[in-house]
Design a protein around this ligand. Sequence first.
Ligand code: UTP
Length: 292
Amino acid sequence: MKKITKAIIPAAGLGTRVLPASKAVPKEMLNIVDKPAIQYLVEEAAAAGITDILIITNRGKEVIENHFDYAYELEANLKANPSKKEIYEQVHSIADLANIYYIRQKETKGLGHAILQAESFVGNEPFAVLYGDDVIISEEPVVGQLIRAYEKYGKSSVGVNLCTREQIKKYCTLDVTPLDGRIMDCHKIIEKPEEHEIMSLYAILGRNVLEPEIFQLIKDTPPNPKSGEVYLTDALSYLAEHGRLTAVDFEGKRYDMGDKLGIMQANCEVALKHPEIGSAFREYLKQLAETL
Ligand code: UTP
């Protein structure tokens, strides 16, 4: 079985839910305490053994490329100051996390269409997908949890978690049966279900491991008549209905960085554990909570 070494990060969305913050700064570059969201994703992929990452961008997202490059003037400055050694090393090492490639999705036509841009990068290999605005903090990288399921069952796999009925109606619902531990067989997926269509409270959240057959399935998917977007869910549902998809109820805390509340939750929870500001922030929160 081919080892999974490639990942793609679709980051070409318009980020309308977090405007005006995302007007000039891509939402994938919005920070959680002191790191932009997309750095968490690249670190997660690298920790799972991914060596090559394709980031799907569009116009106005050049700052993402700068973030994963050396910043000569800044770094020379930090390097010259012995008291800044630690931050110099942190800043410098970002550029060496993985080989990072970029391609533009010239029109914002949905997640399925974004993934299609990765076809020549991926070739005939299985690969991981990390949605650019879904940060997941976990002991074992979630991509690694999915790769284990892929290696065990030889099928594409989607990362899922239990959600509320309200969330399910905004995301999707899966028909699943247990296989082994946190791994389930997935038989069907319905995007944005009506109340009576809900099959389970599991929804796909931000991570997949896919076989390259997905590209043809996406090409066969007509754009949604209402939005004009090509959804990935349709192609995933085809895999499910043909016995070629597992779902992993991943261990980890997921934050939706494409949502204002999600950004605040991520910042609060990560700040509480941050080695530099954690205890001061805890004190501040306690005092604030007393006034609420
Ligand atoms: P979302 O649907 O959450 O992103 O897509 P969006 O379109 O930016 O969201 P709104 O405008 O706030 O509703 C999930 C991921 O897929 C990427 C996004 O950048 C995000 O990381 N995406 C989405 C693309 O790369 N291309 C697209 O055409 C759509």
